[in-house]
Design a binder for this molecule. Structure first.
Ligand code: AMP
Ligand code: MG
Length: 482
């Protein structure tokens, strides 16, 4: 046989297979995972490849062929072991000890050009010991929705996982919430880590403080490296996790994002946002807006998100007590509100055009904006994108010029509170020099993209895919949200 005929020849030139894979998690030992095999699919159609991510892996998008994605991330050739991670979690308040990667596995770990270690995790790659009777698959629409969520959140400055690829796999799946049979996909998600709060909860449940400590040491050494040589690294780790999670949820709230399933198995130990199922961006500032139809008691509605994230951090104290002093855990968590409010305030003021909120009326503006958005129930994203699109230096001259265009005014309607808002905004602009108006315009544009990923928008790109296999509107939308 010549070299060209050997089965591995094409693979050895596949840049996705020859990345420098590290076995950080595998080296912890088999207490944390099960080795699994991937499903074999009848079809592999590459529907999405995230070229924007490839340079962060040291790859030139030009040299990675579509076929390379299919071989690596659809056929799962060559890579071993594939690890279904073990975890438990509180789901809608109830402890579930039967969780774990039920439709995915850790495909591999790769160091990015930034020096950080990244996980490639699959979603929809077949059953595992944790599938609990499920089919181990991901619907095509589920894949499309997760790609979009991650790109939109990333654009909005949220620390989030991203999708590296999505491949349609040719199966017909049965789902209660989609017309069935529905199309299938397999996705690769690139994230900081797939270790979850629930990974620690499982070890507590199994009464294995030794394994808790080992995993925690690994987490700190890998994802909190700057703390690793500190004497009180455990206390510092938890304090930083609290800060990261508080900031993350503030980022969601400012972005108008409702994650929908804030179970502890969906909370990353790195404080990164991931796993986008029934999420939604809020249409209006409605505190009780709930994204998941099965969240009957609105447990994870928009306004509950900060409180739930804090509760999840508190639940995590139970397993961490095996290693971290309870006093340190409590004092770490006590800072949650402070971190949350500071980040939320900063981000909202940026959405309002101000990179730094060093003016007397900053909190008044924030309060009035929220009251107005809540009372009027005008579009949350619309309001900010209208501001960004129509802002001009004349707003500094007269309150009557603020947000006053023929297109916007009728939508906003006449209200005393809006008039007050315009007066206040005009007043604040006058703390700045006329030549600073450009900076405000740029800030508004930067923090308020014109395209929001509202549900009707997602449905409008899904229709052409479902009806005529037309993917162009999806690609256009990804580009817009990116
Ligand atoms: P999620 O709500 O997507 O975070 O999933 C919660 C748990 O259910 C995780 O352990 C998943 O792996 C598992 N799971 C979700 N969907 C499926 C499926 N179709 N087949 C097998 N396991 C699943
Ligand atoms: Mg999950």
């Amino acid at each position: 046989m010549t070299l060209a005929e050997t089965p591995n020849h094409t693979n050895s030139s596949n840049p996705l297979l020859t990345l420098n894979y590290e076995s950080a998690l595998e080296s912890l030992g088999s207490d944390y995972y099960d080795e699994v095999t991937a499903a074999e699919f009848p079809q592999h159609i590459l529907r999405w490849r995230n070229n924007a991510l490839l340079p962060s892996l040291g790859l030139d998008p030009q040299v990675v062929k579509d076929e390379d994605f299919i071989t690596a991330f659809g056929k799962f050739q060559e890579r071993k072991p594939l690890l279904a991670l073990r975890y438990h979690g509180y789901q809608f308040g109830e402890y579930n000890s039967r969780l774990g990667d039920g439709r995915g596995f850790l495909y591999g770990q790769v160091r990015g050009t930034d020096g950080e270690l990244y996980d490639f995790g699959t979603k929809g790659s077949g059953t595992t010991p944790y599938s609990r009777g499920g089919d181990g698959m991901l619907t095509l629409k589920g894949g499309v929705r997760e790609v979009l969520a991650a790109e939109a959140l990333n654009r909005l400055g949220v620390r989030t996982s991203r999708c590296l690829s999505m491949i349609e796999t040719g199966l017909g799946l049965w789902r209660g919430d989609e017309p069935s049979p529905t199309r299938s996909s397999v996705m690769i998600r690139m994230s900081k880590s797939h270790i979850r709060f629930g990974s620690f909860e499982r070890l507590h449940y199994l009464k294995r403080p030794d394994l808790t400590k080992k995993l925690l040491d690994h987490v700190i050494a890998t994802y909190y490296q700057h703390l690793n040589s500190e004497d009180d690294k455990y206390a510092l780790f938890y304090a930083e996790l609290v800060k990261r999670v508080a900031e993350l949820v503030a980022q969601w709230m400012a972005a108008g994002f409702c994650h929908a399933v804030l179970n502890t198995d969906n909370m990353s130990i790195t404080g990164e946002s991931f796993d986008y199922g029934p999420y939604a961006f809020i249409p209006t500032y409605d505190l009780s807006f709930t994204a998941a139809y099965f969240d009957y008691y609105k447990r994870y509605c928009y306004s509950q998100q900060p409180g739930i994230c804090k509760l999840n951090l508190e639940l995590l104290q139970e397993p961490l007590k095996a290693v971290i002093d309870i006093g340190d855990l409590q004092s770490g968590l006590s800072k949650f509100a402070e971190y949350y409010l500071a980040e939320y305030r900063t981000l909202m003021l940026k959405k309002l055009g101000f990179e730094n909120g060093q003016f007397a009326e900053a909190d008044q503006l924030l309060q009035l904006t929220i009251t107005f958005l809540q009372d009027s129930q005008i579009g949350y994203h619309q309001f900010f994108s209208d501001m960004a699109r129509t802002f001009n230096s004349k707003w500094r001259d007269e309150p009557a010029f603020v947000m006053n265009t023929a297109e916007i005014v009728p939508a906003l309607g006449a209200s005393a509170i809006f008039d007050n808002w315009c007066v206040l905004y005009h007043q604040i602009l006058n703390h700045f020099d006329p030549d600073e108006m450009d900076i405000i315009a740029q800030t508004l544009a930067k923090y308020n993209p014109q395209t929001a990923l509202l549900r009707p928008v997602i449905e409008s790109i899904w229709e052409p895919i479902a009806q005529e296999d037309n993917w162009q509107p999806f690609y256009d939308l990804v580009q817009q949200v990116q």
